[in-house]
Design a protein around this ligand. Structure first.
Ligand code: FAD
Length: 508
């Protein structure tokens, strides 16, 4: 019989390492010693600045004051992702859409997507019909400019953050060490395995041998323990997702008073460019495919896209990306979290969320010193499900693209694989809109989110499902017309058009 763990060792001092350390310190009994070992020589990846709406909940769980977080991490509110130029409309004009953190309501028990498809909405796009965030995005409002959330007939608002990744890890480190986490600045030079192949100890450059029970590998893309010491195979996703490089740059705001409350993703010739508005600067970058652009070509294209927004002499930092994951995240007594466990391109800002989920899963599946196989298997299955969900959703954006103006976009649509599950759903959704029955174990991307992408990309106007989509008989033009007629009044009641995002943050 195994004994309760008396210690957990975390290697890596990036977002993954420190988030895991602070979470575990908060959740585990004091008798479990938590040590975080971080190399003073290997920098963190230093990107990863957009999050998903679980994040406010996470801050509460780890006991981090939200206002302190805003001030220390130059944080802003994020209410969704603005996709620009990923698709064209019927006339071949490039289109943009917001994918907001709010779900579409139904009308007369039928998805408003059906009403929108059957009767149109004049000049409104799909999201503007239901989401106050679409209105806030246009007016640079933050989510707290809801006047009275209780009186809001719409679904409860949700928000996430944009944050400075380096400052966030630093804040977590401060909080963690105050709460008793042992912080060791040293390099893991070697990993000692016992006769069963379990990690027995880490060889530190300065401090020597450090014995371990459970070890969490947060060493970034390299995977110092899971891959280099335990030799766990890497499951490559390049057949599904073609982007394998990124370049990152920090630039000043062009208008600091107008802070967008959303992340932007703008399609370029061989990938897409992100823009994450922090309070004091913008984090931007280009995620691209090396099969379609050299680094020099990508840099020129990226800087041309930024234009005058990039200060003269800007030199983006190139980051090679390994897309895929460790076949198992938990092997013997080692669990990989963060980039060491795997990475899916950052289109939907999911990596920090996946770290967060892995920690929660570990708390539900905490082993004894026997590292019970069923517990490991369950944890690994949950991680599998999460990767599968995120991969499918990202693949959707490429498969349903319709740009014809570069080899990259044509290849992304026609050469990249999708899973059978996604293929089956895409076949179905030509006839009916996505429903909650179509996606098993969806934790993050619900059928509603899929529906927003399909409408945002104008798929139902452009061939796919345009004539085939069934309209349930219950859809009545009258109630839709009344709904739209009242929409502006409803939004004016909900949204405080006086308070803007910048002023809101200044007041925090
Ligand atoms: P790292 O930050 O690389 O940290 C690794 C740590 O391990 C470092 O402290 C290093 O010193 C230590 N280490 C390494 N080897 C040793 C050793 N031998 N001994 C001791 N210590 C060692 N995520 C999001 O959620 N949203 C986004 O918008 C987003 N955008 C991204 C954009 C790009 C281009 C990329 C590449 C990633 C993005 N991510 C995003 C992912 C996000 O950056 C990471 O998930 C997050 O930063 C966690 O990184 P990490 O802690 O796993 O690794």
């Amino acid at each position: 019989m195994g004994q309760p763990l008396s210690s957990i060792t975390i290697v890596g001092g990036g977002t993954a390492g420190w988030l895991a350390a602070v979470y575990l310190r908060r959740a585990c009994a004091e008798r479990i010693r938590i040590t975080l070992i971080e190399s003073p020589n290997i920098p963190t990846v230093g990107v990863g600045e957009a999050t998903v709406p679980q994040m406010p909940f996470t801050l509460r769980q780890i006991g981090l004051d939200e206002r302190t977080f805003f001030r220390r991490c130059d944080a802003t509110f994020k209410t969704g992702v603005m996709f620009r130029n990923w698709n064209t409309d019927r006339k071949g004009k490039l289109v943009s859409y917001l994918n907001p953190f709010s779900n579409a309501p139904s009308l007369d028990g039928v998805s408003i997507g059906n009403h929108f498809h059957a009767f149109g909405a004049g000049k409104r796009d799909y999201v503007s019909c239901y989401s106050p965030y679409a209105h806030m995005a246009k007016a640079f409002k933050g989510p707290f400019s809801f006047k009275d959330p209780k009186a809001d007939p719409m679904p409860k608002p949700a928000y996430a953050y944009h944050l400075n990744a380096v400052a966030f890890a630093k804040l977590l480190a401060e909080v963690g060490t105050e709460r008793g986490i042992e912080h060791v600045l040293d390099d893991v030079d070697d990993v000692e395995l016992d006769e069963r192949g379990y990690v027995a100890a880490l060889q530190l450059r300065e401090r020597g041998r450090h014995p371990v029970e459970l070890v969490i590998d947060c060493t970034g893309f390299r995977g110092r323990i899971i891959r280099e010491a335990l030799d766990e195979p890497f499951e490559d996703y390049s057949d599904y997702l073609g982007n394998d490089r990124a370049m990152a740059l920090q630039i000043p705001h062009t208008n600091p008073e107008k802070l967008p409350p959303f992340t932007s993703s703008t399609a370029l010739g061989a990938g897409w460019s992100w823009s994450v508005p922090l309070f004091n600067r913008v984090g931007t970058g280009y995620v691209f495919s090396s099969a379609h652009r050299t680094d020099d070509e990508a840099r020129d294209e990226f800087l041309a896209h930024l234009g005058a927004a990039a200060p003269p002499g800007s030199e983006p930092r190139v980051i090679p990306m390994r897309i895929g994951r460790s076949r198992r995240a938990w092997v013997k007594n080692c669990i990989a979290m963060g980039l060491s466990g795997g990475f899916i391109e950052p289109l939907e800002s999911t990596a920090i969320h996946m770290i967060d989920q892995s920690i929660r899963m570990l708390l539900f599946n905490m082993p004894s010193t026997d590292y019970e196989a069923p517990v490991r298997r369950r944890f690994n299955r949950l991680v599998d499900d999460l990767y599968g969900e995120v991969r499918d959703f990202i693949c959707l954006h490429y498969r349903m693209g319709n740009r014809e103006d570069s080899a990259y976009w044509i290849d992304a649509r026609t050469e990249l694989k999708i899973t059978d599950r996604l293929a089956e759903n895409l076949e179905l959704w030509q006839y009916q809109l996505p429903t909650q029955h179509d996606l098993e174990s969806a934790q993050l991307f619900t059928h509603d989110t899929y529906q927003t992408v399909l409408f945002g990309k104008r798929c139902y106007e452009n061939g796919y499902g345009a004539e085939r989509l069934n309209t349930p008989r219950e859809v009545r033009a009258g109630s839709w017309k009344a709904y739209l007629r009242d929409a502006d009044i409803r939004f004016a009641k909900i949204v405080d058009y006086k308070g803007d995002h910048h002023r809101l943050l200044m007041a925090l």
